[in-house]
Design a protein around this ligand. Structure first.
Ligand code: ADP
Ligand code: ASP
Ligand code: MG
Length: 395
């Protein structure tokens, strides 16, 4: 019997009624003859609510205590989903990340999964039960409760899928797949049927929220197939993300914008990068920063979303060397295959940005992605212009 891991995000379990609908969807997969592990996020935007609550009692809450607080959100969802499934007449049991054997580093609020020992889950599956797991959390070797960084329930699902030898991991959300751009920003975006792990990794690293970047990294390293589907609404096959092999043609697959960045550059022309730049980035919650080191020049794009404290981050950088921290830029990225060796693919980009009135501050290019630094507030216009010129225009 095959194991399927499904992950239901916050919007999928936002209300009691939606939780009952998710219960029916999980039961349908179980009734089709699969063993099912359902990973859940906190209801709706309740993680944001918990973080606001923390800030209303303390300007600088302890990160350990933040983890004790935010992991409660997923615990509520898991218990409710388990109850709703039991109510439908099927045996279910819920587990926290710690009970599921998700062992992490002790880097509170942004921990990384080290290994997964899902013994209790396997016992429950073997006993014929549907297993519900609280996403976004684990336990450190010192038995401290940890959380995995925003969007971390995707990583829980993929890491469990790898440990359990699942047939695939289904990421269920309010979109029925991965699109050529965020459909909320570009109504003409198209659904992509198949993506390889490398392309999806670039897209997630570049800020496409539909999948968490660390989850894709786990899937790539462990050969886990991911299917992105809609939770509610008409059932149709979702986007499949897997190893497609080396024969794929060069292409532009998608355009995305980062939800928020710091851009670092030399404080004066020729100023060297701080020697401990990477360790400073890791220490402040940005292990996923992109650092370019070129002869005589360097730059870094730092995603803001998991930076623990903006003020502490700026102060640490000021202490490491002559660094200019810019907060007036946004990053828009074109993701694809063989972009650096197929310059024709990107040829219309600069003219399209200019025609849309977007101020371009710089370009960063590697094989799988081309980054465009634009003025803050212009990223949505830039995404639409690039999508129109490189994807709609190329059809
Ligand atoms: P969940 O809460 O279920 O984890 P998320 O909100 O994290 O769901 O991710 C789904 C959202 O990702 C969609 O509502 C969509 O607006 C956004 N998104 C961004 N880029 C893309 C893309 N390229 N394809 C599909 N959805 C995208
Ligand atoms: N609830 C967490 C968040 O809002 C984790 C997740 O949804 O994946 O970031
Ligand atoms: Mg998400």
């Amino acid at each position: 019997m095959s194991i399927i891991v499904q992950k239901y995000g916050g919007s999928s379990v936002a209300t009691a009624e939606l939780i009952r609908k998710v219960a029916a969807r999980v039961v349908a997969t179980h009734a089709a003859g699969h063993q099912v592990v359902a990973v859940v996020s906190a209801m709706g935007k309740s993680t944001d609510g918990l973080l606001e609550l923390a800030r209303s009692v303390s300007q600088n809450p302890e990160r350990r205590e933040l983890d004790m607080l935010v992991t409660v959100g997923e615990r509520i969802s898991m218990a409710l989903l388990s109850m709703a499934i039991t109510d439908l007449g099927y045996p279910a049991v819920s587990f926290t990340g710690s009970q599921s054997g998700i062992i992490t580093t002790d880097n509170h609020t942004n921990a990384r999964i080290i290994r997964v020992t899902p013994m209790r889950l396997m016992e429950a599956l073997d006993a014929g039960r549907i297993v519900i797991v609280a996403g976004f959390q684990g336990v450190s070797e010192r038995l401290e409760i940890t959380s995995l960084g925003r969007g971390g329930s995707d990583t829980t699902a993929v890491a469990l899928g790898a440990a359990l030898g699942a047939e695939y991991v289904e990421i269920c959300s309010d979109v029925d797949g991965v699109y050529s751009a965020d459909p909320r920003v570009v109504p003409a975006a198209r659904r992509i049927d198949d993506l390889d792990h490398d392309e999806m990794q670039e897209l997630a690293d570049a800020g496409a929220k539909v999948l968490n970047a660390e989850a894709v990294e786990w899937a790539r390293r462990n050969g886990v197939e991911i299917v992105c589907s809609a939770t509610h609404g008409e059932a149709r096959p979702g986007t499949r993300i897997r190893d497609i092999g080396g024969t794929a043609q060069p292409r532009v697959a998608a355009v995305t914008a980062h939800p928020g960045i710091f851009y670092l550059e030399p404080g004066h022309p020729g100023a060297p990068a701080p020697v401990d730049l990477e360790s400073t980035l890791v220490a402040h919650g940005a292990p996923d920063a992109w650092v370019w080191r070129l002869p005589g020049a360097w730059a870094a794009v730092v995603p803001r979303q998991n930076i623990h404290s903006d003020a502490a981050f700026r102060a640490a950088l000021a202490g490491t060397g002559d660094v200019c921290v810019r907060e007036d830029l946004e990053l828009v990225t074109v993701v694809g295959r063989a972009l650096a060796s197929s310059p024709g693919l990107l040829l219309p980009a600069t003219a399209a940005l200019e025609a849309a009135g977007v101020r371009l501050h710089g370009r960063l290019l590697n094989a799988g992605r081309a980054g465009f630094l634009v003025q803050a507030g212009q990223s949505a216009a830039a995404v639409r212009a690039l999508h129109h010129a490189l994807i709609e225009g190329a059809a």
